[in-house]
Design a protein around this ligand. Structure first.
Ligand code: 5RP
Length: 224
């Protein structure tokens, strides 16, 4: 199986975790896209969804799934999303798709975070994948200096044409290389209070409750 087959396998498995007649939280990325396609097959069994990005909103609506504004929803039973890395405790790095701010907001109102990923995302220690940090454009250089002082190498994320990537929130992304994240929660808190940081892509405060990991032998289920 190639990586896409594994992503599809885990997307199909995740349907078992969708409660009937509920509004659910839906993540962003290629794995989440495949999950949305599976969700479309059972769309009459759910009330709708909250979306973690404009991309996800469009895909959900394209399938005829009602999308609620997060302000309209007090909580959701499950938030289902991919990850760039996941460690043995369920801590994650997210934001490879530049959506981690809204992803973290959706996760924060979810009773359960269900991470769906292929086995290549499992790591012992977070940090090989550059840590995405969403920043207010005015503060980009100031934040970058602080990240460098902490031992990271921040790189301003650009589009293929060289223009700055602008997030759904009108902000920029710094991808921080060279971090060995042995204490994810402490680093998440430390980086989150730097003035100008909108959201850090460490998900320790909102770690996974359940991980569904696709392997060649099937989907491995881990509850934290
Ligand atoms: C988007 C994310 C994604 O969940 C993460 O990048 C994984 O993406 P994919 O499923 O395409 O591998 O955090 O901001």
């Amino acid at each position: 199986m190639n990586q896409n087959d594994l992503k599809r396998l885990v997307a199909q498995k995740a349907i078992e975790y969708v409660p009937l007649n509920a509004i659910i939280g839906v993540g962003t990325g290629s794995t989440a896209d495949l999950f949305i396609d599976e969700l479309a097959l059972i769309k009459d069994n759910i009330v709708g969804a909250i979306a973690s990005s404009e991309r996800t909103k469009q895909r959900l609506e394209g399938h005829g799934i009602k999308v609620f504004d997060v302000n309209e929803v007090e909580s959701v039973p499950v938030y289902i999303d991919g990850a760039d890395e996941i460690d043995p405790e369920g801590n994650m790095i997210k934001g490879g798709g530049a959506a981690h701010t809204r992803e973290k907001i959706c996760a924060s109102i979810a009773e359960q975070f269900i991470c769906i990923a292929d086995a290549s995302k499992e790591v012992k220690v977070l940090g090989k994948f550059p840590l995405p940090v969403e920043v207010v454009p005015l503060a980009r250089q100031a934040v970058a200096r602080q990240l460098s002082d902490l031992g990271g190498q921040p790189v301003w994320r650009k589009n293929a044409d060289g223009s700055p990537l602008i997030t759904d929130n009108g902000c920029h992304i710094l991808d921080v290389h060279g971090l060995n994240i042995t204490e994810p929660l402490a680093l998440e808190i430390q980086l989150s209070i730097i003035p100008g940081v909108l959201t850090v892509g460490i998900f320790a405060q909102n770690a996974a409750d359940i991980a569904l990991i696709a392997t060649e032998d099937g989907v491995k289920v881990t509850e934290y």
